[in-house]
Design a protein. Structure first.
Length: 61
């Protein structure tokens, strides 16, 4: 897993693999989940990340 925090947009991107994304779902108004053709999670995007989680707890690259 890779984590990347974009401070300019307060967005946290958690990437689990490099598979091609075929669909993206809104988990809620701040969290998007992208899946591959087999239904596996490719990445999770957390908008307004500082309100959703402690971004300092992630090993951000």
């Amino acid at each position: 897993m890779r984590a990347k925090y974009f401070s300019d947009t307060d967005t946290l991107l958690l990437t689990f693999n490099e598979n091609e994304v075929v669909e993206t779902y809104d988990l809620n108004e701040n969290v998007l989940v992208a899946i591959d053709k087999d239904g596996h999670v490719v990445c999770v995007t957390v908008e307004h990340a500082q309100q959703q989680t402690d971004v300092n707890e992630f090993p951000v690259n």
